[in-house]
Ligand binder design. Sequence first.
Ligand code: PMP
Length: 400
Amino acid sequence: MDQPDFRLSSRAQGLKASEIRELLKLVGKPTMISFAGGIPDPALFNIGLFQRACLHAFGGPQIAREALQYSTTEGYAPLRQFLAAHMQALGVPARADNILVTTGSQQALDLIGKLLIDPGSTVLTARPTYLGALQAFAAYEARFASLDTPRPVGADAPRLLYLTPDFANPTGLTMGLAARQQALDSARALNAIVVEDGAYTALRYDGAPLPAIAALDAAAGSMETMRTLYCGSFSKTLSPGLRVGWVCGPAALIRKLTLLKQSADLHTASINQLVMHQVALAGLDAQIAAIRSVYRTRRDAMLAALERYAPPGLHWQKPEGGMFIWLDLPAHLDAGALLDQAIAQGVAFIPGAAFFPDGSGRNSLRLSFSLCDEAQIELGIFKLCALFGRQSLSRAVSVH
Ligand code: PMP
């Protein structure tokens, strides 16, 4: 029988499966050296801390009932307090009512899309940028434009600028202080909102931290006059599985986002918030210190292997933190077309085109160093570089 016409909304008709998430299903084999997933190494989860926090959450009838009951949409009050203090340490003078706890920071991106985007609204992003943000905003029928390209005269004024100033996914790049200030100035001139994605901020391996855009914004006025919504997450530091993130901004916008969240899921799981709060209180700083040291070693191993094995024509930059190195291949190579061969040799990566709204970036790819140990990194980069080298060479031979 023919498939019925389900009469989907125009929003839903435009939805496409993410290439990355489809691909990740294929690379779960234990023998695969995966530079594909941008996920934390589960061996680094502090399981003991989570065990103790669960025991605490069920440690007496009072707290256990709270953990198992519905709760307020804004989030578990002690966690909001903790997050306000965390934001203060980043230079943002937040109070609890400037914080909404979300189901991962991904939900914050979705709610912000709901809050700000009408069909056809323009969103400015870096190119390439985080695929999950593109998906979240695309679901509200956003149009995307590059931060760096001048907009045509008469174009719709952008509603929001989406930025990952620290160690962006997928490029690993960091925005300098001047670029942060400039982005804020542009947002003011456009009367647009800055969405600052701080998912990787804690994972700095070199250099001094730079001020959050939200901190620059608040310093120029107040929490209530700022136009930055800062999205934070425990996913890269403590655990992505509990799905606890947050958004910090002016209370007026937080109240609107809270109403939108109410209709999405009422609130983030009470037990998850209690546990995450307990774990963060007991060990966030120590956990960050521990994983930074492991990931720094892996980043350095990947950079060293690239130095050793990369054929001429490959380009990359050293990321100061995060989980990613972005690799540019010679212009005639198509990373997507080479992925099958790489997987056949037991190495996976994400083709760069996945991170561009228009599918450009064919000769680039994203390598994640978070999941593999140094020996796997060395072997995987050796195999990839050999593959890229053979491709460059076969082209050179066929041209002459
Ligand atoms: N922002 C960026 C830049 C990310 O890479 C991710 C996760 N890959 C997220 C947000 C979402 O993370 P979560 O929902 O787990 O907080």
